[in-house]
Design a protein around this ligand. Structure first.
Ligand code: NAD
Ligand code: ZN
Length: 358
């Protein structure tokens, strides 16, 4: 499958399927040949498992890239790794006309995108995501690294030249990472399409999806993101809808992330929280919230964090959220499935919703 992300100043294609790397020898041969050098920033884990697949495709296209391996997962989004990458490519004589390829999960994509955004004031890059979650992160041009003070605190908008999503590489994902990515997929459904949402909630193989099913469904998820980004690249309005489940989800992640929950698992809890808010501010039904929580539990998502921690531990993090202002938190709420809007909610009401969720 394939779609185009159409922006005012640029456009690029997202390709998804098992043979997408073949496009390096056809559709993207010009992009490779116009670069004086090609570099890969690769997540250690993804590289150990799958880098040969990407290297084979690039060699077939006549390119021998330089490879910078970075730590797997969130650890790579650090100031140290960021500057190491910059120095590495300077030493390898990369220039304004060089091309970078991000190979790995969303963390590596965010890092590599930010390296590309800032190397010599910005060079082209291609996203080659290797996790389900990265169907979200690889599209839309948000790039960032973390500070000790907080996640994604330094970053920029820098759109890729192409996104090549090879679904064959997803077969090695552990259950936790499958759950993480599937949470973002279901989020894309909830904010865009009632029928699709209902059908996902009936999907028997949700926690164990086939590659073919993923190709179709992830393309739908990417289309939702692409449409929103096309209308609101810099998150002044609609793009905020993509934060559905994330205000409370991020707080759970901050409190409990080190306890071993992945981003999407925290967002799943955040979405349950948001459905309760949507009963209060929209027309969502409590029976749907119950249905959703049951579905999540059956598929291996845990709600333990909200039982093990007090509301206060989450509140501090919600108030620190980039989207918060003056003791009121901005939440994405659903009028009904597929119809999101943003509303400020007071700390008092947040606590009530927390108690309801418990
Ligand atoms: P991740 O990048 O941390 O990857 C999760 C784990 O899976 C890592 O250990 C990684 O090495 C491993 N892995 C990668 N590919 C694999 C494969 N094919 N088989 C087995 N293991 C594999 O996590 P993620 O969930 O992909 O991404 C999360 C990151 O994405 C966060 O840093 C988040 O901030 C960012 N994000 C960015 C955006 C955006 O718009 N830029 C959107 C959502 C999330
Ligand atoms: Zn997310």
């Amino acid at each position: 499958g394939k779609l185009t992300v159409q922006l005012p100043h640029t456009q690029y294609e997202v390709h998804i399927g098992e043979d997408v790397y073949d496009l390096f020898s056809s559709r993207y041969i010009g992009l490779l040949q116009s670069a004086d050098r090609v570099g890969i920033i690769a997540d250690k884990q993804a590289a150990d498992l799958h880098l040969h697949t990407l290297l084979d495709a690039l060699r077939t296209a006549g390119v021998e890239p330089m490879v910078k391996i970075v730590p797997a997962g969130e650890k790579c989004k650090s100031q140290d790794v960021y500057f190491e990458c910059q120095s590495y490519f300077v030493k390898e004589n990369f220039t304004r006309n060089s091309l970078l390829i991000a190979f790995g999960g969303g963390a590596c994509g965010d890092l590599a995108g930010f390296v590309a955004a800032t190397f010599m004031r910005g060079i082209k890059f291609v996203q080659c995501p290797t996790t389900i979650l990265a169907h979200d992160s690889a599209v839309g041009g948000k790039t960032a690294i973390n500070l000790p003070e907080g996640k994604n605190m330094v970053g920029s908008f820098h759109q890729p030249s192409a996104v090549l999503f090879n679904t064959k590489l997803l077969a090695t994902l552990p259950p936790r990472e499958i759950r993480s990515g599937m949470a973002e997929l279901i989020k894309h459904a909830f904010i865009s399409d009632a029928e699709w949402s209902e059908s996902l909630l009936e999907e028997a193989s949700f926690s164990n999806p086939t590659e073919e099913w993923l190709s179709t469904e992830l393309l739908k998820g990417i289309q939702v993101k692409a449409d929103i980004v096309a209308e609101d690249e810099f998150e002044h309005s609609k793009r905020k809808f993509l934060n559905f489940g994330h205000t409370f989800g991020h707080a759970v992640e901050a409190v409990y992330g080190f306890g071993g929950l992945s981003h999407g698992e925290c967002v799943m809890i955040g979405m349950a929280y948001s459905f309760i808010l949507s009963e209060r501010h929209g027309k969502m039904d409590a029976s749907f919230t119950d249905h959703f929580i049951k579905f999540a539990r059956i598929n291996g998502y845990s709600f333990a964090p909200v039982l093990e921690h007090s509301f206060e531990s989450f509140l501090g993090f919600m108030e620190k959220d980039k989207k918060a202002a003056f003791g009121e938190m901005n939440f994405v709420i659903l009028e009904k499935l597929g119809a999101p809007f943003v509303r400020k909610v007071s700390a008092g009401e947040c606590e009530q919703v927390f108690i309801d969720l418990q």
